[in-house]
Ligand binder design. Structure first.
Ligand SMILES: [Zn+2]
Length: 265
């Protein structure tokens, strides 16, 4: 009598495992769109004040994202000359020349957005599952029609970042602009895996740092993988930029946050 009972138990166990695997697949994988979601691409929407309910930053709940699997955005970054490193008095901002903007850009479904500048926030503006990161870098891109797309990179405490050190060293101590003869390959500021990210339609995060609406809509891409900086580097930055600069978390309202990942289907 024991043997049949064990067999039945085993069959039931295998059946339930199969059912749970199938359920997981249909939830996460088979529904994953293979194109970047058209409804959050900002190319047809130069900045206005039309997305009062679609503000940035948000707290990304990674358990409720909609899975996608696309090769966008395609990032074309290279080396830039640090000819305009700005201490805005609020944060560190690196401006690109017009020629450099032409050469450093991203495309989303073939639409080109040129990199204008990138800048820092301490601590991060976005939260992931309720948690802030130490810093966040925003790469701000603009299309020929005046639409914006921003890549966000979260920075966590850890190893020294030689690239961040180059920028922090180049930063003026007080409000103003430095031109230094160094080149920096801005690919070195990206996380190793740039295929995994969250994306949604949001807004600028300045000038209003409260719940007052800022201009939008614009396409946000927030990488899942982070880069690091050391405690000493954070101290260096904090000595030049004493006040934290981040906007309060905004309500998601009815927006969808998409999650791109290799092998999402
Ligand atoms: Zn920003």
């Amino acid at each position: 009598m024991k043997t049949p009972f064990k067999k039945i138990s085993l069959i039931l166990l295998i059946s339930s495992l199969l059912i749970s695997c199938t359920t997981t697949e249909s939830h996460n994988d088979t529904n994953a769109a293979t194109e970047f979601p058209e409804n959050i691409i900002s190319y047809e929407f130069p900045l206005g004040t039309t997305n009062l309910l679609g503000q940035t930053p948000i707290d990304v709940n990674t358990f409720t994202t909609t899975k996608i699997n696309t090769t966008d955005p395609v990032i074309h970054y290279g080396s830039i000359l640090l000819s305009s490193v700005e201490n805005t008095s609020e944060n560190l901002k690196i401006n690109l020349s017009a020629a450099e903007s032409t050469e450093n850009y991203i495309t989303i479904k073939g639409h080109k957005y040129e990199l204008q500048q990138f800048h820092f926030h301490r601590h991060s503006e976005h939260k992931i599952n309720g948690e802030y990161s130490t810093m966040e870098i925003h790469f701000v891109h603009k299309s020929s029609t005046g639409a914006y797309a921003v890549l966000g990179i979260l920075v966590k405490n850890g190893e020294v970042s030689p690239s961040l050190q180059v920028l922090f060293n180049a930063s003026p101590s007080h409000e103003g602009i430095n031109s230094v003869p160094n080149h920096l390959n801005i690919n070195t500021l990206l996380p190793q895996d740039i295929s995994s990210y969250y994306t949604y339609s949001g807004s600028l995060t300045t000038p209003n740092v409260d719940l007052t609406p800022n201009q939008g809509p614009l396409t946000w891409v927030l990488f899942k993988n982070t880069i690091s900086l050391s405690p000493g580097q954070l101290e260096d930055y904090s000595l030049k930029y004493e006040e934290e600069n981040f906007r309060v978390i905004q309500p998601l309202n009815n927006r969808t946050v998409y999650e791109n990942k290799k092998n999402n289907y």
